[in-house]
Design a protein around this ligand. Structure first.
Ligand code: URA
Length: 241
């Protein structure tokens, strides 16, 4: 691994900072000062110090985004804007990717990591990872709809019946606001579940994924690293509510 990449992966330094740290002769590898950003190091073997303090190697990154509408959940696309446009430069050297997908017009919580094993676990249908959405819908929600969500809804295009979910009206009105919990991530799942009930989703926002809640302080397009506790929730496999 390059020395500059290692320094950037420690979290607090931008590319520009890293250059300055090296130029300032503040970085040592196994006791010797190195100023060349391209110096090859082995993070698990070499001891890298900054101003005499040992730097810990951090191979993985975990962060959340409050996804705005108008971008697709992909790492690249030749035509459409992607969520990567909102990922700050300092995370890019980790090669992060989104865990799961939100539709182009869906907003809210999207988790990113470069930890493939964890992502695989979180996306496995067997794990039944809970996802909570707020859905603004066109028409009144009936007891029959709530029962249908609770029992699972047959989606005929797929010949598939969804796992039992949960539907709750949070705000009544001409266009009710609902909280929906589902345990899988089929294409357009929430929209299709409402469609099967003769209703239509006007706006969808994910509030919670795998026990992690959206940080209300994040503006749309905002990103922040997960806290140690949040990271532990994801890693522990304790995916209960
Ligand atoms: N269900 C949907 O219909 N769309 C999403 O983006 C997420 C869940």
């Amino acid at each position: 691994m390059r020395l500059d990449k290692f320094l950037a992966s420690c979290g607090e330094y931008s590319r520009k900072d890293v250059k300055a740290l090296l130029k300032g002769k503040r970085v040592t590898v196994d006791g010797a000062v190195f100023t060349d950003p391209g110096t090859h190091i082995e993070p698990e073997k070499n001891i890298i110090k900054l101003d005499g303090e040992k730097l810990e190697y951090k191979p993985f990154v975990y962060f959340m985004m409050n996804k705005p509408a108008g971008c697709i959940t992909a790492t690249e696309d030749s035509r459409e804007r992607t969520v990567m446009e909102y990922v700050p430069e300092e995370f890019m050297h980790f090669s992060p990717f989104p865990v799961g997908r939100l539709d182009k017009d869906t907003e809210g919580l999207l988790i990113f990591t470069n930890d493939g094993q964890l992502a695989h676990k979180l996306l496995s249908p067997k794990k039944k990872v809970p996802k909570i959405y707020h859905a603004l819908v066109e028409k009144t929600v009936t007891e029959k709809d709530i029962k249908a969500f609770r029992e699972g809804i047959y989606i005929d295009e797929d010949g598939y019946t969804t796992l039992p979910g949960d539907l709750r009206v949070i705000e009544k009105g001409e266009n009710p606001l609902c909280e929906v919990t589902v345990y899988e991530g089929k294409f357009h799942q929430v929209k299709r579940m409402f469609e099967k009930c003769g209703n239509r989703v006007l706006y969808l926002n994910r509030r919670k994924f795998a026990g992690i809640e959206i940080d209300e302080a994040l503006p749309l397009g905002g990103v922040r690293e997960l806290t140690g506790d949040e990271e532990a929730v994801l890693r522990s496999g304790d995916l209960s509510e």
